[in-house]
Design a protein around this ligand. Sequence first.
Ligand code: ZN
Length: 178
Amino acid sequence: MQQAPEYLWIGCSDSRVPANQIVNLPPGEVFVHRNIANVVVHSDLNCLSVIQFAVEVLKVKHIIVCGHYGCGGVKAAMENQEHGLIDNWLHHIKDVSRFNAEKLKGLDPDKEFDLLCELNVIEQAKNVCNTTVVKKAWKEGAELSIHGWIYNIENGILKDLDLCVTSDKQLKKNYENA
Ligand SMILES: [Zn+2]
């Protein structure tokens, strides 16, 4: 009769990574936002509205940012080729690459691609933690955890990137560890 999901899924638009099938949950159990390369930008009213509705109205207990290996958006951001309009969006991933230049330096291209897919999840999960909506919820004592996961489309394994944040206080330490 009405939805009462406990989870908000922020994932990639890629047709191979559908939220419900990956976590094996039926309709009604996951609130979903997807965009190219699961990016969370502080000025994206679409994504922020989804987070606000999920947290304040549906009162979800978990927000999962789930990326995937082999992500075309991440791959495109690594190249110097022009792709038109989408390059503006992919710039957010180029930023992730720039923030983590030291970690990515010297890796072979496949490893670099995999690592950037993971780092992108961690960075976007951090962005979720820093939204005014999530900060306000934590301040008010809401039970809300933010997670970073990555899915492998080759073997179907879903990996937790060990970034679980349940309060503003934990963010810095857990982000650095991840
Ligand atoms: Zn993708």
